[in-house]
Write a protein of this length. Structure first.
Length: 370
């Protein structure tokens, strides 16, 4: 019999428990919506369900919303009690790496004032809270799996999963930084850095300035793709990308690479649930309608789900489901003066497994279809 000392070391790809699950999409600091969703799902304030169901979060609990500390305090307590699970999202990765990005002014003092124009009012975390969140998030896995289901924030890629399985739980920040350093060294070994400097001279603005439209900065895009290809943890938490055909503004900055629908090449039988991709429940008919002419500083939605109903599975085998219904963009409606959340286009959702039903924070429930 295998002894405790012989047990395999826990890795960044962890096992999902057996039993029924409620898989919750990106929360992004929307505390009120999370409370509403949990109530509709039947959980008490401690994250306990009378039928023994388990909450699983797909990552991106933090940033942009009005009360990320309330979300994170509840999550930390619920996680410590063994009442929920989660995988790392790219926003938690930014947190544990001390990488201050748009919408994280609740956590990073260097961003607090800059973020007020878009996201205020928002609650700012104390130093003690920040330390607690960072310690817990660095101990989250990047993926969860069992025989009938896989959960990852952005993309299930076999090579990246295999590499993550070789990394011990609790090492996410260290190994992410190591992969970033490798990519940076490769960038300096060639002409890439000098070409980026040339592009900076051509367009000397901040990439977060949505009022200054850049040309297609090819070298900037190459640098992002180099980081993507070198780092399996980045692939799992931010997805698969390719060079963009034109610059676009998304997630608070101009981008020169575009997210790819990796699920159209996913040819395995095991279903995968992800977040990350800013899906809309009422999907636009075409990609053009999705990209549109966004106002400066607002989220430009990806065209990945154009023509796909909000309750539809997608991909080559119709066995991938994105459960992120863009609650992280609700700040933009508040900025425009909308106070009635029942009129919002953006939702927090949970996919119930194995029932395969979708529940929105407003209580609406839908059967999903392949």
């Amino acid at each position: 019999m295998r002894g405790a000392a012989d047990a395999p070391e826990a890795s960044l790809v962890a096992p999902l428990p057996e039993g029924p699950l409620d898989i919750v999409g990106d929360v992004h600091g929307e505390w009120d919506a999370l409370q509403q969703l949990l109530a509709h799902l039947g959980y008490n304030s401690d994250g306990v369900h009378p039928q023994g169901r388990t909450l699983v979060f797909v990552g991106d609990l933090c940033d942009r919303g009005p009360d990320t500390p309330a979300v994170m305090d509840w999550f930390c307590n619920t996680y410590a009690a063994g009442n929920c699970l989660a995988v790392l999202g790219n926003h938690e990765v930014n947190l544990i790496r001390d990488d201050a990005k748009d919408g994280a002014g609740w956590y990073f003092s260097a961003r607090t004032e800059r973020d007020r124009a878009k996201y205020a009012p928002f609650v700012v975390a104390s130093l003690e809270q920040r330390d607690r969140y960072a310690r817990l998030c660095n101990n989250l896995p990047v993926a969860l799996e069992r025989k009938d289901l896989r959960i990852v924030h952005a993309a299930w890629q076999d090579d990246s999963i295999a590499q993550a399985k070789q990394l011990p739980l609790g090492s996410a920040r260290r190994h992410y930084d190591e992969y970033e350093a490798i990519a940076e060294q490769q960038a300096h070994n060639g002409t890439l850095i000098s070409r980026i400097q040339q592009e900076n001279a051509l367009w000397p603005y901040d990439v977060e300035d949505g009022t200054q439209v850049p040309p297609l900065l090819i070298a900037h895009g190459e640098r992002e793709l180099l980081k993507q290809m070198t780092n399996p943890l980045k692939v799992l938490t931010t997805g698969v990308e390719a060079a963009a055909q034109e610059p676009f503004y998304a997630g608070g900055k101009w981008r020169f690479t575009d997210r790819q629908a990796w699920w159209n090449q996913y040819d395995e039988a095991t279903p995968v649930v992800v977040g990350h991709y800013w899906r809309l429940f009422n999907a636009p008919a075409t990609a053009a309608a999705r990209r549109g002419n966004a106002k400066p500083g607002t989220k430009v939605e990806a065209a990945l789900f154009a023509g796909i109903a909000g309750n539809s599975w997608h991909g080559l085998r119709k066995n991938v489901f994105c459960v992120d219904f863009s609650i992280g963009a609700r700040w933009s409606e508040r900025l425009q003066g909308m106070t009635d959340t029942t009129q919002s286009r953006f939702h927090l959702a949970a996919l119930r497994w194995p029932e395969k039903t979708l529940v929105l924070e407003n209580g609406q429930t839908y059967d999903t279809v392949a």
